[in-house]
Design a protein around this ligand. Structure first.
Ligand code: MG
Length: 260
């Protein structure tokens, strides 16, 4: 497994009374869920989703298909809770995350997403958003009808087009090899609504994961803190890619003399 260093900070912000964001940060598995504002019991939906994701296997045996399965189970858990507790009807949550998985014995990152919480990757001071928002404004941007700058102030910027708790859903999942020196950021929209990507890159680029996470949340609070703010920062201190550490069962086998 890669050696990781990470930190998580979640804040209610400066306006809301309840923090409906939930998070999970453990070695090899990181999740942010943003229970939906305006819906009943958003904090319940987010916490339920995170609880199901926490049941995922450890990274040395986790397969990429396990992730989509767990996201589907999280969705079903929210739907069943809504069924037995009608007062939670309409609750929902985003879910985004980063998980170490093994593919052919080699370690990769799986990045997954439903909704508009985000995963970013910072390498050599270049910030790249890895997830694609499931939102009305993202669709307008993709169609070339508005610019990313216009999306920031668009009246429908909080309308998401995919979430847990509504109908059967599929997460988007991306795979990338792990590299020493990369830094990941997972966050809810309480950060990205308040702080632009350029400033996020500048803050994320310095200090320990704990420093960066605290400074990002502080920047979102200083900008107004209108929503709950959740940030997880993950550093890959040393990656696992050396061939001699790949386990025997996945090493290429040389044909033996006599084999047909
Ligand atoms: Mg939010």
């Amino acid at each position: 497994m890669s050696e990781l260093r990470f930190a998580a900070v979640s804040s209610v912000g400066r306006v809301r009374e309840v923090n409906e964001d939930s998070l999970l940060a453990r070695d090899g598995l990181f999740v942010v869920a943003d229970g939906m504002g305006g819906h009943a019991a958003g904090d319940v939906a987010g916490a339920l989703a995170v609880k199901v994701m926490a049941g995922l296997a450890s990274p040395d045996i986790l397969q990429v298909d396990d992730i989509a399965d767990a996201v589907r189970r999280a969705n079903e858990a929210i739907l069943s809770r809504t069924f037995v507790s009608p007062e939670t009807s309409g609750m929902g949550t985003t879910l985004t995350g980063l998980a170490q998985v093994r593919i052919g014995g080699v370690e990769h990152w799986a990045v997954f997403n439903v909704g508009d919480s985000r995963v970013y990757r910072l390498v050599d001071n270049e910030l790249r958003q890895l997830t694609i928002d499931h939102s009305e404004v993202q669709e307008l941007v993709a169609a070339g009808r508005i610019t990313p700058e216009e999306a920031r102030d668009h009246p429908d910027r909080h309308v998401i087009t995919r979430s847990l708790g509504a109908v059967p859903i599929e997460p988007d999942v991306w795979l990338l090899p792990a590299h020493t020196g990369e830094r990941f950021l997972l966050c809810s929209d309480g950060l990205t609504d308040e702080v632009e990507d350029m400033e996020i890159a500048a803050i994320l680029g310095s200090g320990s994961p704990q420093d960066a996470a605290q400074n990002l949340v502080a920047a979102a609070e200083a900008a107004g803190g209108h929503d709950n703010i959740t940030v997880i920062v993950v550093d890959v201190v040393a990656d696992f890619r050396s061939w001699d550490r790949i386990d025997d069962t996945t090493s290429p086998r040389l044909p033996r003399v006599g084999d047909s």
